[in-house]
Design a protein around this ligand. Sequence first.
Ligand code: SF4
Length: 247
Amino acid sequence: MSGEPEPIQGIHIYCDRWCERCAYTSRCLQFRLEAEERGAGDALQNFDALNLQFWQEMGVALVQAMRLIREIAAREGIEAEDLQGETAFGELPGSLHRDAREHPCASAALVYAGMVNEWFAAADELTDTGESLLTHPPHVLEESIQVIRHYHYFIYPKIVRALEGRLGEKAVSDRGIEADCSGTAKVVLIAIDRSLAAWSLLYGEYPAQEDNTLSILLHLDRLRRSVEVVFPEARTFIRQGFDAPHP
Ligand code: SF4
């Protein structure tokens, strides 16, 4: 289409499918096709720059989240080695012979989904409005809760997909599958990073829930480091558009 920026080939392959928060809707062919199918306009493209800024701010929140986790760990007497990747969720590389869904990382992702449900159920019990925090968040925490909601059930299936690819790749030693595993694992890591940042913004806002928030932060941090151990190439994987320079 004339006047529209050139699409970035394959940008949607390793995205988080959160078009409303994506900074590249104007460059994504998949988004254009789906918008045309829905008869939707290109209004979201006007938010690309704002979304870019949003994620940059969440990046700052992630740095603060990591600092918070270290402070909490020191305060709670959690040993430094317990925060190292190798010890997180047991003997990860050796457990790759198992079914992907039984892998410690997949189990931990499932546990995380349950922890989120429990956290919000407990928070809702403490409110006197009768409205769920998930669907009626206070304005100041709306964006953080949106982030938690979006990735709540996103992390587990993506981890399973990356692990399934890794299991298959070990069997057939295929470079394409290996790259796909790393790309998928990178999306998982981004989802975990953003969730960590969002939870850190909730920490302190709900004193009655502080212990539960802390458990979630530590659990996610451990999961993040475990995924990095199992998929050592994930962090450096280049996703078209998001990580690679584009004209
Ligand atoms: S790259 Fe962005 S616009 Fe395209 S499908 Fe993914 S989230 Fe949506």
